[in-house]
Write a protein that binds this ligand. Structure first.
Ligand code: 5AD
Ligand code: SF4
Length: 558
């Protein structure tokens, strides 16, 4: 692995930077003697071979041919803009942590920024279009700032997917850093200072940023995200993620536990474990692709890769994490239905601080489409899993993702999706129209043959059924008492507070003092408090209620 890392490092340095103003070909042949002499002088004063290899191993933050001083931020102000999923939110904090160590400052005001970094998403065409539009606005801003030029960087999935195409199309972009290249940001920015475009989009088999503690931001209040694994090996036929985020790898358990202990000490009350395939977490790295079709898992689920053996699994991690602080809620996002062995479900059922909310992305209700999506399960296996989940965790709340209009989807397939949504009864859903992505299996092998207006109509029908079902499921909670973790004031009215149930449903209730546990006195409610709230009404998206008393997440953590 060390050698591989060295090689990656060597390649990135040899390939980069690309000088903008200079042609990339050799100049003239007529002056060849002078040119040779110049070249010799430059060679003797330039970096040695060892500079590219030897000293890099100990500390991957060190770049031997750029001195440490050159990489310092010197209080320059960085402005981040984050798009896409929660992983990107967490990656922003990782990138910031790396730059902060080098003396950069962070600003929330784009107008005073010296460096603007967009953390991007490629999952659908629309997500990328948003970034292109934003780049046009930033371009105008950059043109006006002549005295202290702004440096612009594209980070994350779009940098990885489009690579140098982005630099060539958008001449004003100075740096590109793929999801595994954030450690290289100080160097890339230093190169950009010399009027070079710089890019590192190498994917890694091992980068988990395990040693980089993301900076927990006060704006997230009492909730924090902790990345536990990166990448995805599933290769669902519609999905760009395995190409932009690379192979699956898990962060060592010890560094995860250390980060969560630190967050608990800081008063964080809710931690969401993050990963593209969070529940296939395994603290080992021995896995290979299986060429001979799908590998069978329990409950009839299958996968295209050979499953990993040994090591600490997701259930072991969840067990240890839930023991750190009995008053801290634990959630996880985003899991795959194939990795829910009974022990994970039983653990969720028995630990009072592991939330009884499970995201089970179905994507479609038709077995024919699921096969084409290469999801590794059928409608029946998915519904069997839902039954098992509901049996083991009776008060579970479920959410899901669905894609409308995937390649070859017929009206009958669509009806099956609507019927699955009704049959399961989710509280929350994330519904999307299919967007064909280059590089994916579907792009190479299938036809994007559902017309745009049909995709949109089917999507709308899914949304309507989802809302009806969510309303039904949520109204069953009326008159129940829910333990709510308070997030703060409601956005709509300063007289109301807003928080979330264990099932991750939003609850709005009037701000008023309520009784402290086992005491007759009342106390005001603050963000981060656990409050018992009686539910009085519901909609498809939230609940309304009245606070009864202060409380805590007590219970038996065995
Ligand atoms: N088109 C539309 N939706 C997609 N998703 C992933 N790839 C695509 C695509 N090409 C959806 C899936 C996934 C969620 C994160 O985004 O539903 O679960
Ligand atoms: Fe995409 Fe499937 Fe990986 Fe999710 S699990 S990111 S849908 S390939």
């Amino acid at each position: 692995m060390k050698n591989l890392r060295r090689l990656n490092c060597l390649i990135s340095r040899i390939l980069l930077p690309v000088r903008r103003s200079e042609p990339r070909y050799c100049s003239s042949v007529t002056n060849s003697v002078t040119a040779t002499n110049n070249f010799k002088t430059r060679l003797s004063s330039g970096p040695r071979f060892q500079d590219f290899t030897g000293e890099v191993t100990g500390d991957s933050d060190k770049h031997c041919y750029l001195s440490a001083e050159l990489e310092m931020g010197n209080s320059r102000k960085v402005y981040f803009e984050t798009y896409g999923c929660q992983m990107n939110v967490n990656d922003t904090e990782i990138a910031w942590s790396i730059l902060q160590r080098k003396g950069y400052q962070r600003t929330a005001n784009v107008n005073e920024a010296d460096v603007i970094l967009l953390v991007t998403c490629s999952i659908r065409e629309k997500a990328e279009q948003t970034i292109w539009n934003r780049l046009q606005q930033i371009k105008a801003m950059k043109k006006k700032r002549l005295k202290s030029p702004i440096k612009i960087g594209i980070l994350g999935c779009m940098a990885e997917r489009l690579k140098t195409e982005l630099l060539e199309r958008e001449k004003l972009v100075d740096i590109l850093a793929g999801p595994d290249a954030y450690r290289d940001l100080p160097r890339l920015l230093t190169v950009a200072d010399g009027d070079h475009q710089a890019c590192n989009v190498l994917l890694s088999l091992e980068e988990t940023y395990a040693d980089i503690m993301p900076v927990h931001r006060a704006s997230y209040g009492h909730s924090a995200f902790v990345s536990i694994m990166r990448g995805c090996d599933n290769m669902c036929s519609y999905c760009i993620v395995p190409f932009t985020r690379g192979r699956e790898r898990s962060r060592p358990i010890s560094s995860i536990l250390e980060e969560i202990r630190m967050l608990s000490d800081q008063g964080v009350k809710e931690v969401t474990l993050l990963g593209q395939n969070v529940n296939s977490y395994r603290d080992t790295s021995e896995e290979q692709f299986c060429d001979s079709g799908l590998t069978k898992l329990s409950r009839g689920f299958k996968t295209v890769y050979r499953t990993k053996q040994g090591g600490m699994r997701f259930s072991d991690l969840l067990d240890s994490v839930s023991c750190i602080d009995p008053n801290m809620r634990i959630r996880f996002m985003s899991p795959h239905p194939k990795d829910f062995p009974d022990e994970v479900l039983h653990l969720i059922a028995e630990r009072s601080n592991i939330c009884k909310h499970i995201h089970l992305p179905a994507q479609s209700g038709s077995s024919q489409i699921l096969t084409r999506m290469r999801r590794g399960y059928t409608r029946e296996t998915y519904l069997d899993l839902v039954d098992t989940v509901k049996k083991i965790i009776p008060d579970v709340s479920l959410s899901s993702d669905f894609i409308s209009g995937f390649c070859g989807e017929t009206e009958d397939d669509h009806q099956q999706t609507l019927s699955l949504i009704k049959e399961v009864g989710y509280n929350v859903g994330f519904l999307f129209a299919y967007s064909m992505r280059k590089k994916t299996h579907a792009y190479h092998r299938l036809q994007d043959d559902v017309p745009v207006e049909v995709k949109q109509r089917r999507l709308q029908e899914c949304i309507i059924v989802f809302r009806e079902e969510a309303l039904r499921v949520n109204s069953a909670l009326i008159n129940s008492t829910q333990l709510v973790l308070v997030e703060g004031e409601s956005k709509r009215s300063a007289k109301d507070l807003c928080g979330r149930t264990d099932g991750n449903l939003k609850v709005i209730f009037p701000k008023e003092d309520v009784a402290l546990p086992a005491e007759s006195t009342s106390a005001p409610i603050n963000a981060g408090d656990y409050i018992l709230v009686k539910i009085l009404s519901s909609s498809s998206q939230s609940l309304r209620g009245r606070a009864i008393s202060h409380s805590s997440l007590r219970g038996t953590v065995k």
